[in-house]
Design a binder for this molecule. Sequence first.
Ligand code: ATP
Ligand code: MG
Length: 404
Amino acid sequence: MTTPATPPPVIVARGVSKKFLTHTSKATQLKERFVKGRGGATVEFWALRDVDVVVGEGETVGLIGPNGAGKSTLLKVLAGILRPTAGEVEVHGRIASLLELGAGFNGELSGRENVYLNAALLGLARREVDRLFPAILEFSEQADRIDDPVKHYSSGEYVKLAFSIAVHVDPDVLLVDEVLAVGDEAFARKCLAKIEEFQQAGKTILFVTHSLDLVTSLCTRGIVVDRGRVQYDGDPAFAVGTLRKILGTDRPVGAPEPVAQIGGHVVHAAVASATPGGPRSGRFSAGDTLHLRLDIEALPGPTVHAGDVKVVFMGAGDIPVFSLRTPEGSSLPPRAGRYCVDFAVEVPRLNGAFIVGVQVDEPGTGLPITARRFDSAIWVETGELPGLLDVPATVEIHSAEAVS
Ligand SMILES: Nc1ncnc2c1ncn2[C@@H]1O[C@H](COP(=O)(O)OP(=O)(O)OP(=O)(O)O)[C@@H](O)[C@H]1O
Ligand SMILES: [Mg+2]
């Protein structure tokens, strides 16, 4: 059976959590748990919690969130520089990453030596680097400094060289941490042009930025991370709106706090199965009952909203095919806690692979509080012919004389 082509996943993070241990002489309330240690406490801090992200080939994803949200940690885990405490990460193809200042370069070595070292780590042979070196040097604008140790570079000079390496090694996946802000405006423009060139070449890009306009102008998708969790994953404009609500920058300066501040909801999981709450199942036929169990948490905060839950089944290209929502009067209650929401639906006459998007809206206003997409496909095998819908039709065959 033919199915609509969904872009193959290039970056897959499933259930990724990252715990840091820090040693402190004083307990801080912000940190989450204490383990007794000699001469102070070792503090466990979860920088990432249960992060599921699947990025398909050719997507440009903006990863945004407040300071300390876990964005850089997530990029480092995806780049293989940090090992996740729990969960799995897969990246297909050659990744070039441009991470925070300090990551990836050896300060004692010269710029030239770092170019060779970095390119070698990305799997390039010395001869290939010799060939690419002039282009790397020219783009980086560091010809005068290239034989100085990079520890003496300014932040901007450092980033220029690092970005130049990343984009010249012909990567399939480009991971970029907030660096465009460090270079001067002329260089930022050059970088953006390069990123657009990559987009057009169908490469996969995941970049962290605090420039929210870039997310709406450049990205095909926005992911909001806050306190180590994915809070929103979907439309870039909604992602920016969600972050502005988290940051409180959706109101003019000096405006009073709104009475109804949007609280934090997190959609942890969406599991499709053949029986209520049963094991995950990915294959259905028209007429089967599909049970979808959602795991949603309303985090404690100054205000916790009630939430209407909406589920969208999407086909290739994220086209919504059909939706479900909690009926009026059965929203999530306005109390912090973890909720299970069970939908049951008779599968329509569909054909192909579908992914599920879950959105929690504020009842009344319909404003999205959070959204999340789950890329593990649900397959519906109904018709024998290709197409999203299985449409019954009648057909008659006449002889040519009868038609005229
Ligand atoms: N090696 C480490 N040891 C201990 N804590 C760490 C370590 N690295 C990061 N953290 C903590 O993890 C949290 C997430 O950090 P991360 O650098 O991923 O944030 P970020 O979203 O990139 O923030 P920013 O926007 O400021 O760059 C922060 O609270 C940070 O202090
Ligand atoms: Mg960071």
